[in-house]
Write a protein that binds this ligand. Structure first.
Ligand SMILES: Nc1ncnc2c1ncn2[C@@H]1O[C@H](COP(=O)(O)OP(=O)(O)OP(=O)(O)O)[C@@H](O)[C@H]1O
Length: 248
């Protein structure tokens, strides 16, 4: 479980997060949604230690990230897997080298142990046959799968995904969503996903946090979201034609 409490963050005097509190449960896909520039990525950066909040705390199963010493922060970081927007693969490395990279950097595992773990993760995302290929030789959906395999290679307790569906066709998006949800449930990971994808909101939103101009305006499950009375959330949701038609 991750708890953020009263997170405030400003850049050059402009507050982009105005006191965000939320709880993200283990074994659930927790979505953060909201319009452009509303603070989703900054919140994610505050959670993973890439941007220090001006106020507030981030607790990882009770462990306070910003009030810990450097060694504890380092240990917590190793418990986090991150799927970056666009995949962030190394173009000059093969698929399996990309997945192995965190093991090379952060562990002293033997070559055999690493090979076994990489093979397991590639098999888990259905990419065992692509191990020797270069990122330039695989599709966008496959690249996301490589990113997921790399994000789970260290056996994370917490998984962060920044727009995992960006640039994918609807069918591939659904498959990526299903894979992230399966992995979350199978390994009981606390997963946080930033998304703009309405299908994800409806299909895998165990818990949804809606941000608007740096404030949290709504939190709940996907089954309740379309019945919301929050005007900003309604406007956000029903700018989507399909949802508008479902309403009628
Ligand atoms: N390093 C920074 N320096 C100054 N301003 C920043 C910085 N990072 C983010 N911001 C500002 O903070 C606000 C929130 O940005 P953020 O990237 O969190 O938005 P977002 O909700 O993730 O949007 P999008 O969906 O478009 O990615 C924006 O106004 C952005 O310009």
């Amino acid at each position: 479980m991750i708890e953020v409490s009263n997170i405030v963050k400003a850049f050059s005097g402009k507050e982009v997060l105005k006191g965000i509190s939320a709880t993200f449960q283990k074994g659930q896909t927790n979505l953060i949604i909201g319009g452009s520039g509303t603070g989703k990525s900054v919140l994610l950066k505050c959670m993973i230690g890439l941007a220090r909040p001006d106020q507030g705390n981030v607790l990882y199963d009770g462990r306070d990230f910003y009030n810990s010493d450097k060694d504890t922060q380092q240990a917590l970081r190793r418990e986090m897997g991150v799927l970056f927007q666009g995949g962030a693969l190394f173009d000059s490395k093969t698929v399996e080298e990309n997945v192995r990279f965190p093991l090379d950097m952060l562990t002293d595992q033997s070559a055999q142990e690493k090979q076994d773990r990489v093979a397991f993760c590639l098999q888990r995302v259905g990419l065992e046959a692509a191990a020797k290929r270069m990122p330039s030789e695989i599709s966008g959906g496959m690249k996301k799968r490589v990113g997921i395999a790399r994000a789970i290679v260290m056996n994370p307790i917490y998984l962060f995904c920044d727009e995992p569906n960006s640039g994918l066709d609807p069918l591939t998006s659904v498959k990526i969503d299903e894979l992230i949800k399966e992995i979350t449930e199978e390994y009981q990971i606390t997963t946080i996903i930033i998304t703009h994808d309405m299908n994800s909101v409806l299909e895998i939103g165990d818990n949804i946090t809606f941000l608007y101009q740096g404030n949290k305006l709504w939190e709940g499950e996907s089954k309740d979201i379309t019945r919301t009375n929050v005007p900003e959330l309604r406007e956000f949701l029903f700018s989507n034609k399909l949802l508008r038609e479902m309403q009628n």
